[in-house]
Write a protein that binds this ligand. Structure first.
Ligand code: FES
Length: 439
């Protein structure tokens, strides 16, 4: 009887948790080609086709690998995870959503650990997991029963984001009509739903901020613009979208004011104090959570390279140069100290919320300072590694370069920057009010 395991006519591998067999005669085809054409896993993109841009990155046995030049024969017996696998098979996009609603019922700490681990291999994937969980959690908490049923009642959800409000709405019977253009829609190609920030009116009722609400739009109610040609976080596919006169029923709208006050519909069906906390106490931690993993991934790549690299002229090992030792010590100390500061604030915030203690202005200002500081230190550490890597690091495929570019992009996010929370911390400590809207 033929031994199935010894069948040499096919190449066997596991993709997103299922067994796949490819004819051995196709062994020279690239993994990317098989993923996109045979398995229709089009979340993995064709970019340069030369192993440099990173658009085709997948995880092979948990390690980020370019798939465009990799023959399928070299993947025999291995485990491949694509973006679709991160979002659906593992349902990592609804990590914070309760199990009974189709999520994984994880904690904030679980999410941080997952994002950090993914960021070590791929900064873009880490950003997508962090952003998508922010959306699914916001939608789960912010929508009433009808909206929750519609969004979460049909299996795993990949919801993605453009939080910043971009357009005005027009009230109609049963809801609103919206039109407009939004940029930075992370992960839009893989989204089942988009969560969009919309202006519903000017400040009123003593509130200093306008009436901003978040609406859920299903795939098909928006057009994607292919405009994501950027230097950092390239693999997030954060393209623009256009909405033309789409109807949004009332039950698919969440109010920002409710979320700031912790008075969402979701807070009424869950006992945990975490569900009743203000979003601004928590979400900025999630936004800045990929930074540490990105910097550690850059350090991993730097160490791997320097252990074997030689000087171009004297061919002496770079691992013997005192300058390299100093770079390794300084960059790793910066990453570790950023990590410790972030974790301290994060844990103290969760502990206070769970104990039912209010988050004081001083605590919130310090948390924002620590988030901004940890992202900045991670970025500076990556810059140090990039500079010490010399000319080789400018190639697009260099992981140190990519970690550095990804951290620059992350720090450009309005919530992950340094100056705003820094000024606000100083303002609060000197008896004033914070100018940072997220404190
Ligand atoms: S398409 Fe593979 S690295 Fe660009």
């Amino acid at each position: 009887m033929p031994d199935a395991a010894a069948d040499t006519t096919v190449i066997k591998l596991r993709v997103n948790g299922r067994d796949v067999a490819v004819p051995a005669a196709d062994g020279d085809r690239s993994l990317l080609e098989v993923l996109r054409e045979d398995l229709t896993l089009t979340g993995t993109k064709y970019g340069c086709g030369e192993g440099e841009c990173g658009a085709c990155t997948v995880l092979i046995d948990g390690r980020a690998t370019r798939s465009c030049l990799l023959p399928i024969s070299e993947v025999a017996g291995r485990t491949v995870t694509t973006l679709e696998g991160l979002g659906s098979a593992a349902n990592l996009c609804a990590l914070l959503v309760p199990v009974e609603a189709g999520g994984r019922g994880g904690t904030r700490l679980d999410l941080f650990k997952v994002v950090e681990a993914i960021g070590r291999g791929d900064g873009s994937a880490a950003w997508c997991v962090s952003a998508c969980n922010t959306v699914t959690y916001t939608a789960y908490m912010g929508l009433g029963p009808e909206g929750r049923r519609e969004v979460f009642g049909h299996g795993p959800v990949a919801g993605w984001t453009m939080f910043a409000p971009r357009t005005l709405s027009t009230p109609v019977d049963g809801g609103f009509r919206i039109s407009g253009k939004w940029s930075f829609s992370s992960g839009v190609d893989n989204a089942d739903w988009m969560l969009l920030g919309v202006f519903f009116g000017p400040p009123s009722g003593g509130s200093p901020i306008p009436d901003i609400r978040y609406v859920m739009l299903p795939k098909g109610d928006y057009k994607v613009i292919d405009d994501w040609f950027v230097s950092g976080l390239r693999g997030t596919g954060s393209k623009g979208i256009v909405v033309e006169d789409a109807f949004v029923p009332n039950h698919r709208i969440c109010g920002l004011a409710d979320m700031i006050q912790g008075k969402t519909p979701g807070s009424q069906i869950h006992d945990s104090p975490l569900y009743k906390a203000s979003v601004w106490g928590i979400i900025p931690f999630t936004i800045s959570s990929p930074a540490n993993g990105m910097a550690r991934g850059g350090l991993d790549a730097f160490l791997e390279d320097m252990k074997v690299r030689e000087g171009s002229y004297d061919h002496s090992p770079l691992a013997n140069k005192p300058g390299m030792h100093l770079v390794v010590a300084e960059a790793s100390a910066m990453i570790d100290s950023a990590d410790l500061l972030y974790r301290r604030s994060f844990r103290e915030t969760i502990d206070k919320i769970m104990a039912g203690e209010p988050l004081s202005l001083e605590h919130r200002a310090r948390s924002r300072r620590d988030q901004g500081w940890s992202v900045m230190q991670a970025k500076l550490a990556a810059e140090k590694l990039f500079s010490a890597s010399a000319g080789r690091a400018i190639y697009e495929g260099n992981h140190v370069q990519r970690a550095c570019a990804d951290l620059h992009a992350l720090q450009g996010h309005i919530v992950a920057g340094w100056e705003m929370p820094a000024y606000s911390y100083g303002q609060v400590m000197l008896g004033g009010q914070p100018s940072d809207a997220f404190t």
